[in-house]
Design a protein around this ligand. Sequence first.
Ligand SMILES: Cc1ncc(COP(=O)(O)O)c(C=O)c1O
Length: 384
Amino acid sequence: MGGQLSIPFNRPSFEGNEQIYIARAIANGHISGDGQFTKLCHTLLERILNVPKALLTTSCTHALEMSALLLGMQPGDEVIVPSFTFVSTVNAFVLHGFRPVFIDVRPDTLNMDELQLERLITPRTRAIVCVHYAGVGCEMDTIMEIADRHGIPVIEDNSHGLFARYKGKYLGTFGCLATQSFHETKNFTCGEGGALLINAPQYIERAEIIREKGTNRSRFFRGQVDKYTWVDVGSSYLPSDILAAFLYAQLEARDQIESKRRRIWEYYYANLDGWAKEHGVRLPIIPDHCNQAYHMFYLLLPSLEERQALIANLKARGIMAVFHYLPLHFSPMGQRFGGRPGDCLITEHVSDRLLRLPFYNNLTEDEQERVVAAVKEFRGVALG
Ligand SMILES: Cc1ncc(COP(=O)(O)O)c(C=O)c1O
């Protein structure tokens, strides 16, 4: 490493008033959920995205679980989900009794292949969950048209794509429900956190109850009932106002965060494009009608061996690159639902070959120069 500092895959950063707002939350004497900063985050998300209701949650996983509870479920109900996603996208629904039906992804954006949707719909299909991978919009026109025609609710797992747009409209505003993640690796973070965006107003009241342990506490605080009590099932999905304070500072700094991340993404693209073409490596594809979130930068290597060798090579130079996702359809859990290798061929192929480069708000151009040089230096298994 020649004494050079290592370059992590991710590094959280202060972007503005995080520390001031945390101190203010403590001075307010309200550090449990739904304090001043939680409300400020709700209002900001509702105003910018123009959604009827935003509710902070303890994670995107929990926002997905709330979605499953809100939809309700009869034994045997099915949910169509991509196999190429994080475990939570599907586990949240399985936890509440749904049976997953895995759909493959498109080879370009790695989003749900909308052309396969119709043939996977059965009389038992109760929900379609799409993931805007890397903060690039799924083909929402087609997905919504098919879902509406069959009367099936769509939930957007938008953990990568806050403030990104599809044909000018914000991701997270298409489905009846959408979920956000504020985990440390996301564009806007508070360490661990999430949000449920509610576009179909009929879910609002019950969502508030589910989020508050199955009680009508939110109505009580609004003075709509004179005592609160247990009215439904639920859990504790409220983050502390300390986390909301951190998050609010990040959301306020959204233009600054976006411009930093755009610069990083464009630097990688500009400096790796020629090399990639020469060596059969594919870079991200962003359709013209999508404004992406600049969430991540990935390479698709020609083979698993080359991907693994490049990760090891970068690591030897102190540069942390990672891969994801393992196909869910033939994970041990996926197999319990009948998933087999060969069911989602693009997912299987991509999962072996994808590599994510270090990407965080304060990644410097010097660091990126080192990453790019190390990638280009790689004389891997077959790259030559
Ligand atoms: C597509 C997707 N969905 C859901 C999650 C879960 O988010 P959280 O860690 O906030 O629960 C992740 C996390 O990386 C993700 O990538």
